[in-house]
Design a protein around this ligand. Structure first.
Ligand SMILES: N[C@@H](CCC(=O)N[C@@H](CS)C(=O)NCC(=O)O)C(=O)O
Length: 169
């Protein structure tokens, strides 16, 4: 399928879907270092925020693919507009969650997978779709969270800048 991301383990087992990969990594490092809270409302909040952030990123991917994989005469602008609207609805919800948290992190008093997924989604969308101005002006709290995360050594060491897919033809 050429699915990204896929994590191939040392024995060749391939894990697909971000959620399955993250679940494996949390299990590998154990509960003390797991990035998703183990149970309760805080876990549900984190999963909800991760779903919104991944959803917004996927709406961005769909817009990107319309440009990257379709010849100009076959592009359908109403579809792109719909995806764009949904993407911004997701980002607006993340902004509300960031504001409602009132603290440094989205769902707890320390960084969780919710912060990482939200930060990565915004960085990806800024790079892939140039929503930078919109993100800075319309999502200031989410933008600040994303910049704070991206500046951390752990983020810097795993940084992979977006490269646009090749144009058709
Ligand atoms: N829900 C999936 C989404 C992954 C996804 O959308 N991957 C895209 C790229 S970002 C992909 O596999 N594209 C390959 C292709 O379409 O050729 C996840 O979180 O793993």
């Amino acid at each position: 399928m050429g699915r990204v991301p896929t994590l191939v383990l040392d024995d060749g087992e391939a894990l697909m879907e971000s959620a399955a990969i993250l679940d494996y990594l949390d299990e590998l490092v154990g509960p003390a270092r797991a990035l998703l809270p183990p149970s309760g409302e805080v876990r549900r909040d984190a999963l909800r925020i991760m779903a919104i952030a991944a959803g917004a990123a996927e709406k961005g991917v769909l817009q990107l693919y319309e440009r990257a994989f379709r010849p100009e005469e076959k592009r359908h602008q109403p579809w792109v507009d719909r995806c764009n609207l949904q993407m911004h609805a997701g980002l607006a919800e993340l902004e509300r969650a960031a504001e409602a948290s009132g603290g440094a992190w989205l769902v707890d008093d320390h960084m969780t997978q919710a912060d990482i997924t939200a930060a990565c989604a915004l960085t990806f969308l800024r790079q892939a779709l140039s929503v930078d101005m919109g993100a800075t002006l319309r999502y200031p709290i989410l933008g600040a969270l994303s910049r704070r995360c991206e500046a951390l050594p752990a983020f810097q060491s795993a940084k992979s800048d977006f490269m646009a897919p090749a144009q058709p033809g």
